[in-house]
Design a binder for this molecule. Structure first.
Ligand code: 13P
Length: 248
């Protein structure tokens, strides 16, 4: 039997509140969670409450924000705070997604502030790390990923670390149709797991993300280093997502 898995859906800038309700109804219809597995959804901020309400019937499901500001409130037009996300029903939050880092210019320092704000305000962070193509080609994948990890998590207490999950998402694999091989992903996961253990994390869990779909999910998840997947495009269709979370 495989170990418990986390299936995380990142809807990015898609799925409005009505579509989130329709997705939840279709996804939950006759759905039987696998014992031990968890199903996480990251809708946009405007769809957070609709998704959280519509998915609330299933205890194995949790909903999270895609990003938060580190300040709890104030004049930050367009931003979502931890208390606002919590009020909308989030219990989780993505921090440091590659699109935040590389499209919006988020720094390692920003991710560190966001991780701390999330933990302090009652959201469990899913910290995303991953290298650019040129970094992989230069042989610096591990160094980049471990730097991002250290920067995000340094100085956290063990009970705080215990609430952090990590997603390894190679930037060159996101939305490109290119996936890391299970072996390549496993090598990076092993390094991340070791670093997390070194920081004092009692139960490190590492998800893989980057062009995961129905055709490759089962093969990737057969690799024991993967504790789950974080999926963009292939999580948008409820029937397809049901097949992926059912094991392909
Ligand atoms: P894709 O699955 O669309 O490649 O996106 C991956 C991702 O960024 C999930 O956070």
């Amino acid at each position: 039997m495989s170990h418990p898995l986390i299936y995380a859906a990142n809807w990015k800038m898609q799925v409005d509140p009505g579509q989130a309700r329709a997705f939840a109804a279709a996804f939950l219809d006759g759905f039987v969670p696998s014992p031990g597995d968890s199903y996480w959804f990251f809708p946009s901020a405007v769809s957070l409450e609709a998704a959280a309400r519509a998915l609330a019937g299933c205890p194995a499901v949790a909903v999270g924000a895609q990003d938060v500001h580190w300040e709890p409130q104030g004049a930050f037009t367009g931003a979502t705070s931890v208390p606002l996300a919590r009020g909308a029903g989030a219990t989780l939050v993505l921090v440091g997604h590659s699109e935040r880092r590389h499209v919006f210019g988020e720094t390692d320092g920003d991710t560190a502030r966001k991780v701390r704000a999330a933990l302090g305000g009652g959201l469990d962070p899913l910290l995303c790390v991953g290298e650019l193509l040129e970094e992989r080609e230069a042989g610096t994948t591990e160094a980049v990923v471990l730097r991002q990890l250290d920067a995000g998590l340094d100085g956290l207490a063990r009970d705080q670390l215990a609430r952090v999950t990590v997603a390894y998402e190679p930037v060159w694999a996101i939305g490109t149709g290119k996936t890391a091989t299970p072996g390549d992903a496993a090598a990076v996961h092993r390094a991340i797991r070791g670093a997390l253990a070194g920081l004092g994390h009692p139960t490190p869990k590492v998800l893989y993300g980057g062009s995961v779909n129905l055709a490759n999910a089962a093969q990737l998840l057969a690799e024991p280093e993967l504790d789950g997947v974080l999926v963009g495009g292939a999580s948008l269709d409820p029937a397809g997502w049901r097949k992926i979370v059912a094991g392909g």
